[in-house]
Design a protein around this ligand. Sequence first.
Ligand code: FES
Ligand code: FES
Length: 157
Amino acid sequence: ATSPVEVSLTVNGVARPCTVEPRVTLLDALRERLGLTGTKKGCDRGECGACTVLVDGRRIKSCLTLAVMQQGKEITTVEGLARGDRLHPVQAAFVREDGLQCGFCTPGQIMSAVALIGEGHTRSDDEIREWMSGNLCRCSCYPNIVAAVREAAKEMS
Ligand code: FES
Ligand code: FES
């Protein structure tokens, strides 16, 4: 094993220094070192999207990147979206449109949705489906997820 190193992560606007082995993924650092368990581990190999977070505003699968590579960047997790008691419009839309069943994929779906709305990829349901295709849902809530993204995009425009 390699010796642990100090990394200084910025998560949801707060500096969160932690000590990790260089091989530790951003996903494991968030969940196991920083206690931010909203970000889910589905496949741990880039296939399901449950671990999606934003890094400098762009979505990445946090199981595919190392914590040490994300120093100095702004990381946003699902815990960072709400403002006090007020849900982020994308979170509220998922609730309203019933965009979840078991909820396991939901944080990743929501983080992806926030990014793709920001990128303007919501001009049609087909476009939403295409840009959300990296986020799998074992409960097959896809129609409701698309509706939630569409409605949130409208509200945020
Ligand atoms: Fe990262 Fe599945 S846990 S893509
Ligand atoms: Fe169950 Fe998507 S709501 S995996």
